[in-house]
Design a protein around this ligand. Structure first.
Ligand SMILES: Nc1ncnc2c1ncn2[C@@H]1O[C@H](COP(=O)(O)OP(=O)(O)O)[C@@H](O)[C@H]1O
Ligand SMILES: [Mg+2]
Length: 258
């Protein structure tokens, strides 16, 4: 739960409110999308929620804890429950690291499995995201973009999170791979009741996967509600502009929702 979150940046002597008084909750097993034009504050909210940066004002409650008040040890423990997938796994991981290493790290760091047990857990994680265990010794830079994003998802679920923040996680993938990754995310959500904070500038993707959506405009919430209701009939000026600019919004197709 995020309340009245504000984050400012100073640029060229001027202060800009990158995130301005934003509040929302995410229920277990729910996908909440953040959409909005470039520069509207989506990634800043992601980084605030992950506590990669600190807010100037506002609060974050996660699993009943005051997330901003956690000391470093408690924060490290809580981070296991709060994972992330970014747009570019090549930037997020050491590209020379092996797939096995990328998946072994969270198991080791969070003490989830013994050294002897970990190779088996790594193989199981790979299978869980639709990859062959044969991929384990390969380097991150050697595998395809779709495979890399599956590895990023496997790493995110390794610590059994209740929330995963996905910042443009499928935006760099071509359409067919994107569909497969979205199906995987929905499958994981159904089975493990993981909540997603799903950030995307693509309203078609948002409409297909999100339960609710928040439309951001210059750091403020312009509009929010049921994802399909908002995208099919936006009320705000920014919502109308985004929908008008969206290429071929498919109003019938829906991946995860009846
Ligand atoms: N580290 C930073 N320093 C200065 N300004 C920043 C920084 N990060 C983000 N901003 C500014 O904050 C606003 C929101 O950025 P961002 O959250 O990245 O938007 P989005 O992800 O929606 O494209 C933009 O005006 C951006 O230029
Ligand atoms: Mg961004």
């Amino acid at each position: 739960m995020v309340s009245n979150l504000t984050r400012r940046y100073r640029r060229g002597g001027k202060t800009i409110n990158a995130v301005d008084d934003v509040s929302f909750t995410i229920e277990p097993g729910e996908t909440l999308a953040l959409a909005g034009p470039s520069g509207s504050g989506k990634s800043t909210i992601a980084r605030l929620v992950l506590r990669l940066i600190e807010p100037d004002a506002g609060g974050i409650e996660f699993e009943g804890n005051d997330f901003l008040a956690l000391g470093s040890a408690a924060l490290r423990a809580q981070r296991a429950r709060l994972q992330m997938v970014f747009q570019d796994p090549l930037a997020a991981f050491n590209p020379r690291a092996t797939v096995a290493r990328v998946l072994d790290d969270p198991l080791r760091i969070h003490g989830i499995a013994s050294r002897a047990e970990r190779p088996r857990r790594v193989a199981a994680l790979l299978e869980r995201v639709g990859l062959s265990a044969d991929l384990a010794p390969r380097a991150i830079h050697e595998i395809s973009g779709g495979q890399r994003q599956r590895v990023a998802i496997a790493r995110a679920i390794a610590t059994k999170p209740s929330l995963i923040v996905l910042d443009e996680a499928v935006s760099a993938l071509d359409v067919s791979v994107r569909g497969q990754i979205l199906e995987l995310l929905l499958d994981l959500q159904r089975q493990e009741r993981i909540a997603y904070l799903f950030i995307s500038h693509d309203l078609g993707v948002v409409r297909a996967v999100a339960h609710r959506v928040i439309l951001l405009d210059a750091g403020r919430i312009a509009e929010s509600g049921d994802a399909r209701d908002v995208i099919d009939a936006p009320q705000s000026a920014i919502g109308k502009a985004l929908v008008a600019a969206a290429p071929r919004l498919n109003r019938t197709r829906s991946l995860g929702r009846p």
